[in-house]
Design a binder for this molecule. Structure first.
Ligand code: B12
Length: 212
């Protein structure tokens, strides 16, 4: 039996190899990817964040934990894909300007892809113009923005304004997310959808394009 608590420990300790090993074992034993991600990986990142906040961990520890989580997540990505037959719609996703956090954004992207959306992932530190260009160039149905910092979530309404100024606001639904973002904030800035996790992000996306 894969000892999944060791996956939690490995991510908290920022150790890539044991994180990958335990994940491989769990996959071989048929443990649901969602269980591995939500019950162990996301919780471990939460613990690292708490330690950082409490002054018990520092940026190098955050980086190493992020690296361990990403490595293990790579193994699970192919398993998140699969039951998608036709494309439900096109999604452009990025982390807003000034923000380099991409683990949660990539998880949302993988889940959307796995559930039938075509996803154009435009990366981190994305300025307004790049979001607008990508939506236009791909004729996207949904624009997803991620922010993990209280100082960068305030960039989200700027992007919405830029989409409006480009005259395409009625053509694209806008979803926002990331740890400091809330439903209240999403409503306040005029976003169409919000979710606090990758699973329900898919449900919200489907709802927004009338696929559910
Ligand atoms: C890993 C990490 C880093 C790594 C990022 C590596 C990477 N490639 O992403 C590094 C080391 C680079 C980093 C840097 C910094 N970080 Co940091 N980081 C974290 C940490 C520990 C985990 C984030 C994470 O990956 N969580 C796991 C994922 C799965 O969760 P998630 O991102 O929340 O995503 C989920 C949901 O939010 C949602 N979601 C996310 N995006 C979207 C988008 C849409 C559209 C939807 C619908 C849903 C959705 O679904 C996701 C999956 O379920 C958090 C602590 C925390 N608990 O959040 C701090 C944290 C975010 N960091 C913090 C800080 C302060 C920093 C730094 C400023 C530190 C510094 N002094 O340099 C820098 C800023 C760099 C920058 N300009 O961005 C603070 C932010 C405080 C604040 N309130 O603003 C936090 C909260 C730590 C803390 N407790 O103080 N960090």
């Amino acid at each position: 039996m894969a000892e999944l608590s060791k996956l939690y420990d490995a991510i908290v300790a920022g150790k890539l190899e044991p994180a990958v090993e335990v994940t491989k074992e769990a996959i071989a034993e048929g443990v649901e990817p969602q269980v591995i991600i939500n019950d162990y990986m996301v919780k471990a990142m939460g613990e690292v964040g708490q330690r950082f906040q409490d002054g018990k961990a520092f940026v190098p520890q955050l980086l190493m934990a992020g690296r361990a989580m990403k490595g293990a997540l790579e193994l699970l990505k192919p398993l998140l894909k699969g039951n998608a037959s036709a494309t439900l719609g096109k999604v452009v996703i990025g982390t807003v300007k000034g923000d380099l956090h991409d683990i949660g954004k990539n998880l949302v992207a993988s889940m959307l892809e796995g559930c039938g959306f075509e996803v154009i992932n435009i990366g981190i530190d994305v300025p307004c113009e790049k979001f607008v260009e990508a939506v236009k160039a791909n004729n996207a149905d949904i624009l997803c923005m991620s922010a993990l910092l209280t100082t960068t979530m305030t960039y989200m309404p700027e992007v919405i304004k830029a989409v409006e100024a480009a005259g395409i606001r009625d053509k694209v639904k806008i979803m926002v997310g990331g740890a400091p973002v809330s439903q209240g904030f999403a409503t306040e800035i005029g976003a169409d959808g919000y979710s606090d996790n990758a699973n329900s992000a898919v449900a919200v996306a489907k709802q927004l394009i009338g696929a559910q």
